[in-house]
Write a protein that binds this ligand. Structure first.
Ligand code: HEM
Length: 144
């Protein structure tokens, strides 16, 4: 049985892995390795899927901690958190359409949409780690 208290750390690790795999996938396609690109992006979706399950479990069983920092750092934290949540929602249809275009070999459309999908996804993954660090590591009192 997994302890609920380890889920924030697991989620941050999954975010980091997704970010790494997304970066690899980007480098692969830019260097012409389509097969490795495809595998990387499918892997990124699997990792993000596991993240989603873990995140929903965490939210169902653990309270939402309020950020304890004050002043400018608090404003920075909430801008990062709100943009993270908003874009994490927006990424779902972007990923679905990116993959549908790719699997139907509509690569012109795939390229058009992934101009948004890739940077937004990377931002979501990096800001997810940022939120974790600020809430659970830099201001650990907040997490109890
Ligand atoms: C959501 C997941 C995916 C993302 C974020 C993504 C992202 C990208 C990006 C950023 C590019 C480069 C576009 C450019 O050069 O302007 C690209 C190109 C490409 N992707 Fe994906 N990709 C994803 C999934 C896939 C999958 C599953 C496949 C294979 C079935 C695939 C096949 C390709 C191919 C063949 C190209 C080259 C298209 C061309 O240059 O004409 N991608 N993708």
């Amino acid at each position: 049985m997994i302890e609920i208290s380890i889920l924030p750390h697991l989620n941050a690790a999954l975010n980091a892995i997704a970010g790494g795999v997304l970066t690899a996938g980007f480098i692969f396609i830019k260097t012409g390795n389509r097969r490795a690109h495809k595998i990387s992006m499918i892997l990124a979706m699997c990792v993000s899927g596991v993240f989603l399950i873990s995140y929903v479990t965490l939210r169902a069983y653990a309270p939402i901690f309020e950020f304890q920092g004050q002043g400018a750092v608090r404003v920075f934290y909430y801008i990062m958190l709100i943009s993270h949540v908003f874009l994490a929602t927006a990424i779902v249809p972007l990923v679905i359409f990116s993959v549908l275009h790719a699997f139907k070999s509509r690569f012109a459309a795939h390229k058009r949409i992934t101009r948004w999908t890739w940077p937004v996804w990377i931002y979501v993954s990096i800001s997810g780690i940022g939120v974790y660090l600020m809430l659970y590591q830099f201001y650990p009192a907040a997490a109890g």
